[in-house]
Design a protein around this ligand. Structure first.
Ligand SMILES: NC(=O)c1ccc[n+]([C@@H]2O[C@H](COP(=O)([O-])OP(=O)(O)OC[C@H]3O[C@@H](n4cnc5c(N)ncnc54)[C@H](OP(=O)(O)O)[C@@H]3O)[C@@H](O)[C@H]2O)c1
Length: 463
């Protein structure tokens, strides 16, 4: 008789191999969306997880601000406290799950846990983007692991893919849609022809955007994540402060429609690209709304979904797709990290997968983020003009400024409302950002130009 293998793993009792070893004892700070999901999934899939980890994983203490609310989630068998430091340094805790968020006190708790010899699991991308170098150095010094799959793309195991599955490769670039809120907003703008403000209001009403959506819509959340991916891809320190970050607040519905006319869709992309050409040696590290060809796989990642693509010299392009947020979706990553930690028992720190994929002596401290001016991509320009015939003057003027123009056309009536006036749409070949910035600035003074010029990058992300 056929037996589903997963069903057989879900037997209520722990496998005998998992009872031989002491369970991994977890202390958790914060029992909100991520914390509660982690507790639920750990409880629901207890035997299955233990079978994979080789030992049980047991929540022993939880820190919450409201103990009554915490008790309603974890029941009476888990100790509760209001004091995060007590969990971080608790003698019965092997691993701290930091699920509270923030970068101030969360840093103190995580460092205290590390100094007390605890492993740490966190989904806190802001914390690692800002303090990752310090936290990973402390973890190395104390011989403990800091695991953070949930901090990047949640249900997509992209950190594991980069650190383990793709270790043979020289990574050329990593790019992706790594913020569900902005992808939801951009999908609404395209599908329903609404402006940014209305799409944001819909996202908030449906729970896809927070009451204060700044980190999402300004691209900061995506920048936290692409910074961590870049460190893993290229063997560089975490360089969030150097990332170029542009959100979608200034994006106009008109540009979403014009991109469509040209055969492209606009997505908020995180891009990390290794560049070594001529004088240039560094990494482009940036978040920006960009045009991708409508035929590209990333153009079809809609709603709140996330996707990451990686180009390796041996693997070619690989793509990973899944939910980028959510209670149990994040728990999936947090628990995968706990299973990794459970499997560390008896290993020496040097034998483990390094925090950022490269052993400390192989991390290239001098590998720098390239300045904005050096970024090299194709571009889209939308130039409002007084009269449609001025299209030729605009094209010729751009070419004279060393902008490699590939295509020039007028926005059609269906694309641009009559009141907007004629719009010249330009696609360029790859060109330095400095050239485009100069041309856009100078265009403002051109007699044919009737208003502010919109400029966006175009990402081909080819194999
Ligand atoms: N939600 C997601 O889908 C998701 C996905 C990936 C990563 N993350 C990351 O995971 C972390 C947690 O996010 P979340 O969505 O779970 O947030 P959340 O729902 O707001 O939960 C955070 C919890 O931590 C508690 N907390 C905060 N400071 C505390 C303190 N000093 N002592 C005790 N408890 C404290 C909060 O208590 P109060 O309720 O009393 O404030 C809240 O219950 C963040 O770093 C976030 O970026 C979240």
């Amino acid at each position: 008789m056929y037996r589903d293998p997963v069903q057989s793993l879900e037997a209520p009792s722990l496998p005998s191999s998992a009872t031989a070893m002491r369970p991994l004892r977890v202390g958790m700070i914060g029992i909100g969306t991520v914390g509660a999901g982690t507790f639920r999934v750990l409880a629901r899939n207890q035997a299955l997880i233990a079978g994979r980890a080789g030992r049980g994983i047991k929540m022993v203490v939880v820190c919450a601000r409201s103990l009554a609310r915490a008790m309603s989630v974890v029941g009476k068998d888990v100790a509760l406290t209001n004091d995060p430091m007590q969990v971080a340094t608790h003698p019965d805790v092997d691993v701290l799950v930091e699920a509270a968020g923030g970068t101030g006190t969360a840093r103190d708790w995580v460092l205290a846990a590390i100094r007390a010899g605890k492993h740490v699991v966190t989904a806190n991308k802001a914390l690692l983007a800002e303090h990752g170098n310090e936290i990973f150095a402390a973890a190395r010094q104390h011989g403990v692991a800091v695991a953070y799959e949930g901090a990047v793309a949640v249900s997509i195991p992209i950190v594991k893919a980069l650190r383990e599955g793709l270790t043979a490769n020289r990574i050329e670039w990593v790019a992706g849609i790594i913020n569900g809120t902005t992808n939801f907003i951009l999908s609404k703008m395209r599908d329903e022809g609404v402006g940014f403000a209305e799409a944001l209001a819909q996202a908030q009403a449906l729970g896809y955007a927070e009451a204060d959506p700044t980190f999402d819509i300004e691209g900061i959340d995506a920048a936290h994540k692409i910074t961590l991916l870049a460190a893993n891809a290229f063997g560089m320190p975490v360089r969030f402060a150097d990332a170029q970050v542009e959100g979608i607040t200034a994006l106009q519905g008109l540009d979403v429609a014009c991109a469509e006319q040209l055969g492209y869709r606009i997505k908020l992309l995180g891009v990390a690209r290794r560049r070594k050409d001529g004088e240039v040696d560094g990494v482009e590290l940036r978040v920006q709304p960009a045009l991708v060809p409508a035929t590209h796989l990333l153009a079809h990642v809609n709603g709140s979904m996330n996707a990451v693509m990686v180009k390796g010299d041996a693997s070619g392009v690989t793509m990973y797709y899944g939910a980028g947020a959510g209670s149990e979706q994040t728990a999936s990553a947090v628990i995968a990290d706990l299973v990794d930690v459970a499997r560390l028992q008896g290993t020496q720190a040097a034998q483990r997968v390094p925090h950022l994929g490269f052993h400390a002596d192989a991390v290239n401290d001098s590998l720098a983020v390239l300045p904005r001016a050096a970024v090299h991509t194709r571009h889209y320009l939308r130039v409002p003009v007084h009269q449609a015939q001025q299209i030729e003057a605009v094209g010729a003027w751009l070419a004279a400024q060393q902008v490699p123009v590939l295509r020039v056309e007028l926005a059609c009536e269906k694309t641009a409302p009559v009141g907007a006036g004629p719009q010249v749409l330009v696609l360029t070949d790859a060109v330095a950002q400095s050239t485009v910035d100069l041309a856009v600035h100078a265009l403002a003074a051109h007699p044919a130009v009737a208003g502010p010029v919109a400029a966006l990058r175009v990402e081909m992300l080819e194999g």
